[in-house]
Design a binder for this molecule. Sequence first.
Ligand code: HEC
Ligand code: HEC
Ligand code: HEC
Ligand code: HEC
Ligand code: HEC
Ligand code: HEC
Ligand code: HEC
Ligand code: HEC
Ligand code: HEC
Ligand code: HEC
Ligand code: HEC
Ligand code: HEC
Length: 283
Amino acid sequence: MNAVKRIRLLAMAGLTLAAALCLGTGTPANAADQATPTLAVSDCVKCHKQEPADIASAGSGHKKITCFDCHASHRPSSKNNIPQCSQCHTGKKHYELTGCLGCHKNPHTPLNITLSGNISDPCLTCHTQQMAQLKQFPSKHSKLFCSTCHNVHGKIPQCTQCHKPHSSEQTAADCKKCHKAHQPKNVVYGKEVPNKDCGACHKKAFDLLAASQAKHKALACVYCHQEKHKMVPACQSCHGVPHPASMMAKFPKCGECHNIAHDLNRWNAPSKAEPKKEGKKKK
Ligand code: HEC
Ligand code: HEC
Ligand code: HEC
Ligand code: HEC
Ligand code: HEC
Ligand code: HEC
Ligand code: HEC
Ligand code: HEC
Ligand code: HEC
Ligand code: HEC
Ligand code: HEC
Ligand code: HEC
């Protein structure tokens, strides 16, 4: 508050308090009345516009109490009329933090919260799961502050604010198909991931499968490489025992005849060359 405004307010206070005094008595005032002019809650707004307006618009829980509940007294009779939050808020880990007004910048709008600086520990007074994940799955995100990503309370950032997608076709909405923010290296995905998302990094596999004429072509990458990145299935997990045991004993590797999963040999396809290890036809 600047000096001029301060003086005006003080002058106004003097007038109003004097007026209150006169109005309060009606008859000639006695000494006791003069010493204790009374302020009502409805008087505050006469001199303080901002605080009542703040409470009216965004006081939330603090609407349930009055100015007096927090400001029990007023100058000049008392100067110390700013309350401690702990007068009313006790009994939770969150209320043991220091610097309440650092985040709850304005007590008259207590839920307008500003997160400034590097904050992690205070968040843990309410959210514990996220830190548990960041610790259980160490990554470079584990070294960031919570407020580096959540700079406004409750706001969820988009991955693409800080990272480029793996391909130009990917959007911010695609990231969560494979990544979770608090365990970004633990790549786990569902059945809906299209081949092109894997193909962004595995061009060779993508191209081979797309060019193949065998039935695997119709399958999704994630149909075989299920759930977790780098999972590699065994052929038998889907095909069981496709050939007689005697043959399997001689040629234990499927690949010896079938080549690789992304590019199966097709002996009956005219455009494909015959495999070298011919001779053992089925059955
Ligand atoms: C007649 C005008 C007037 C009225 C009515 C009035 N105030 Fe004040 N108030 C002042 C002035 C003047 C100051 C001092 C401003 C300064 O020095 O910065 C002040 C300061 C304050 C402060 C700041 C704390 C301090 O000690 O500096 C609080 C809190 C406050 N008033 C609350 C209230 C509340 C609550 C009410 C209603 C119950 C109220 N005021 C009614 C004029 C008034
Ligand atoms: C939940 C408690 C609470 C309530 C209710 C409350 N206040 Fe306050 N008020 C505070 C606190 C705490 C501060 C000190 C803020 C600070 O230091 O930044 C404060 C500061 C003030 C100030 C000084 C502002 C300044 O810039 O120096 C005024 C004036 C004031 N309040 C008026 C009011 C009025 C009028 C009401 C009722 C409409 C009210 N307050 C209701 C807690 C409250
Ligand atoms: C005079 C008692 C009193 C004081 C002092 C007080 N509060 Fe409160 N506060 C309340 C009450 C009552 C509620 C509403 C609780 C409820 O709804 O259950 C509340 C609610 C809140 C809320 C939640 C608002 C919502 O709508 O959910 C916040 C945040 C809060 N207070 C912060 C503070 C901070 C920060 C301070 C110190 C600057 C403070 N309070 C001082 C009484 C107080
Ligand atoms: C690091 C920032 C930060 C600090 C410091 C902080 N708060 Fe909070 N506070 C929050 C956030 C964020 C919320 C959640 C608001 C929501 O629910 O939208 C909150 C909610 C609250 C609530 C309402 C919910 C509840 O659990 O009761 C109260 C009351 C409260 N704070 C009081 C305090 C008090 C008292 C202090 C100081 C002892 C304090 N806060 C310090 C950030 C902070
Ligand atoms: C006083 C308790 C409290 C504190 C402290 C607190 N939060 Fe919250 N937070 C909440 C509540 C309550 C919600 C609302 C939950 C809901 O809507 O399901 C919330 C919501 C969130 C959300 C959005 C959740 C969603 O599903 O959209 C994020 C992100 C968040 N908080 C991050 C933080 C961060 C980061 C911090 C520390 C800077 C923090 N919170 C501090 C209580 C708190
Ligand atoms: C690298 C950025 C980043 C960091 C660091 C980060 N978060 Fe998040 N957080 C997110 C994103 C993005 C989401 C949305 C969910 C997702 O994509 O997994 C989220 C979601 C949340 C949610 C909503 C519920 C949930 O778990 O999905 C809360 C609460 C939350 N974060 C709190 C925290 C806390 C507390 C910390 C610090 C211990 C933290 N976050 C650190 C980016 C981050
Ligand atoms: C506020 C910025 C920010 C946001 C938002 C963010 N990240 Fe990060 N992320 C980083 C930083 C910083 C690093 C470390 C980069 C480095 O050191 O090279 C990182 C690293 C990573 C890494 C590599 C981790 C490691 O340990 O090698 C992955 C994966 C990652 N982010 C994925 C994501 C995903 C997915 C999202 C969205 C859910 C996301 N990030 C949101 C800032 C962010
Ligand atoms: C199809 C699954 C998938 C999708 C969708 C996906 N990622 Fe990834 N991401 C991965 C895999 C797998 C890795 C590499 C892990 C490794 O190197 O072991 C990775 C690595 C990263 C890294 C670490 C640095 C790097 O490039 O290797 C960042 C950052 C990253 N992803 C961000 C994103 C963002 C942002 C999005 C959304 C636009 C996204 N990812 C979408 C699977 C995916
Ligand atoms: C961000 C790039 C990226 C994306 C996207 C990605 N991968 Fe990978 N992938 C890698 C890297 C890097 C390796 C390790 C290569 C190495 O070790 O030579 C790898 C390895 C693999 C391996 C081989 C594991 C082994 O033991 O040889 C398989 C299988 C695999 N990825 C499947 C997939 C599938 C399926 C998808 C889509 C859901 C996918 N990847 C998406 C980067 C990625
Ligand atoms: C996740 C399950 C899965 C895995 C793992 C798998 N396949 Fe298949 N495979 C299939 C399905 C489904 C078909 C198509 C069956 C049909 O349409 O009749 C198929 C078809 C085939 C065919 C017939 C191709 C054609 O075009 O007629 C051969 C040969 C074959 N697989 C060999 C293999 C070999 C060798 C491996 C290991 C390198 C393997 N498969 C791994 C599911 C799998
Ligand atoms: C029919 C099941 C199946 C499908 C569909 C499939 N894979 Fe594979 N993939 C395998 C098997 C089995 C292996 C182990 C090598 C082998 O025997 O062929 C493998 C190996 C890999 C490897 C490691 C070796 C290499 O070739 O680089 C990567 C990376 C890979 N696959 C990515 C992909 C991607 C990306 C897709 C989708 C475009 C895909 N796979 C589709 C079954 C499959
Ligand atoms: C010695 C060569 C050889 C080996 C080793 C071999 N196969 Fe075959 N497989 C064949 C031939 C030849 C066919 C018949 C091809 C045709 O009909 O076009 C065949 C057919 C198949 C078929 C297609 C059956 C159908 O009904 O369409 C599947 C599936 C298959 N093999 C899976 C496997 C698997 C899994 C392995 C490893 C466990 C394996 N094969 C090992 C030579 C082999």
